[in-house]
Design a protein. Structure first.
Length: 461
């Protein structure tokens, strides 16, 4: 059952908090207030909330807390929650070859369990909006996309479901097993049906659809071209993996005679309605093309490190004006499944470029909030704490042992350990309270995920 929005005339008042709004001016308040009216932010500012407010159903004394926008996850693979901890020491291509045979055995019931595990981990780490890229649709798998959407709806996470696809298997020079891919016509039909059935383009939308062929080495050129045409006809966004590894670059040059960015450009895959995951191996020309076209990037620092893919040139991208957000990536290559920890990992890993100023604490927070909202095309609705925007807010507790001696609350969040969540609001609803989910029993999810992982592992290849 979906989590319903609160009554439109209901108010919640948060007071005495440090607030990082992440607005266009990076406005911060040392002791401020936020008023939520229905599912939107009514006001934010320094000092106490106005005294005349009526129909206030809850007042939160947020002394010792930092209020930020809810975090925005721009790239994930929820189904991988039930295949964590495998292929521990492989690079991307070897990791994929090892895991594709297992993933090709998923069905809608297993994906439902995995999606709830992934969504729960995201919510508990401060994430209020997530984009999930599911691209494995076995012929006998049932309604996998529908199962994933229903799983997420029960938890109350704002969701962009990416209808992924693969049609280039081993027999065509790709990596997936032959039985793990779909036919082109099947993909295009299912993609259009997903948009028609689920996509909500309204400003309050809790569910949107994007089209997401998997990667240059697992889809045909025709699928990329036709998906772009379809997405633009239906008014939805496009997503794929791009420039993730040196091996991918070599693959593209061998097969297409050009690098990944030039290849994507040749098939109509650069533009403000497109974002790509990873983008680790980008040269100056690639970055310039992304900046000129407004093509977005989902930066996944932990997964890139786990698979030894390299360090993306995020500081150079930001200087050039490329839209950049953060992503967890699949939980089989980032076993924590948390988005909150990616703030710190992005900050630290990008300083390995050789400068302590390569990424600042506030830039890291911006990547995880406003930057991600822009990448998903929702910067007018989420990603900052501003009057009129949707009430997706995180209240981080900073007066405990791990953070009380850090004077700068933003540094406490992005340089310190991930703080406890006192409350997480999505669409005006408190979906996390004192670090625990309010919508679904966590122990039930844990048991269901454990059973699903065992069942999938036992299925014959």
């Amino acid at each position: 059952m979906a989590v319903q929005p609160p009554p439109a005339d209901q108010r919640i008042v948060i007071e005495n908090a440090a607030i990082a709004t992440v607005d266009a001016r990076d406005t911060e308040y040392t002791r401020g207030h936020v008023v939520i009216l229905g599912n939107r932010i009514e006001s934010v500012g320094e000092g106490p909330a106005p005294q005349w407010l009526d129909n206030v159903v809850r007042r939160i004394n947020a002394e010792g807390h930092l209020v930020t926008p809810g975090l925005v996850n721009t790239h994930h693979h929820f189904y991988q929650w039930i295949t964590r901890g495998l292929a521990q020491d492989d690079i991307l291509f070897d990791w994929l070859v090892a895991l594709y045979p297992t993933w090709a055995r998923v069905d809608d019931r297993l994906v439902h369990a995995a999606a709830q595990g992934s969504a729960a981990a995201l919510l508990k780490s401060g994430c209020t909006t997530a984009a999930d890229h599911h691209y494995v649709f076995p012929k006998d798998g049932g309604d996998i996309l529908g199962a994933e959407i229903e799983a997420v709806r029960e938890l109350g996470l704002r969701f962009t479901a990416l209808r992924g696809s693969m049609d280039r298997s081993k027999k065509d020079g790709g990596l997936p097993p032959d039985h793990a891919v779909e036919e082109l016509d099947t993909i295009l039909t299912a993609s259009e049906e997903a948009v028609d059935r689920y996509h909500d383009a309204s400003s309050d939308s809790m569910l949107q659809i994007a089209l997401a062929p998997c990667s240059p080495f697992s889809v045909s050129t025709e699928l990329l071209r036709e998906s772009a045409v379809l997405a633009r006809r239906k008014g939805v966004r496009l997503h794929t993996h791009g420039s993730e590894t040196a091996e991918e670059e070599a693959f593209c040059k061998q097969l297409f005679g050009m690098g990944p960015t030039d290849y994507f450009e040749s098939v109509g895959w650069l533009g403000e309605d497109v974002w790509m995951a990873h983008c680790v191996h980008m040269n100056d020309s690639d970055i310039a093309k992304f900046a000129e076209t407004g093509t977005g990037v989902a930066h996944c620092p932990s997964s890139n490190a786990r698979l030894a893919a390299g360090i993306a040139r995020v500081p150079d991208m930001l200087r050039a004006g490329v839209p950049v957000g953060l992503g967890v990536d699949g939980t089989a290559s980032n076993e924590s499944g948390e988005l909150g920890t990616e703030l710190r990992n992005a900050l630290l890993i990008n300083r390995l470029h050789g400068s302590p100023r390569a990424l600042t604490a506030r830039q890291a927070l911006r990547l995880g909030t406003r930057g991600g909202a822009r990448v998903l095309g929702r910067q007018n609705e989420i990603g900052s704490v501003e009057a009129g925007k949707l009430a997706d807010l995180a209240l981080w507790k900073l007066d405990g042992l791990m953070h009380s001696s850090i004077a700068d609350p933003v540094a406490a969040l992005t340089l310190g350990a991930l703080p406890p969540l006192s409350v997480l609001f999505v669409n005006g609803n408190a979906v996390v309270e004192k670090g625990q989910l309010t919508t679904v029993n966590e122990d039930r999810i844990a048991r269901a995920c454990a059973r699903a992982a065992r069942e999938l592992a036992a299925r014959p290849v």
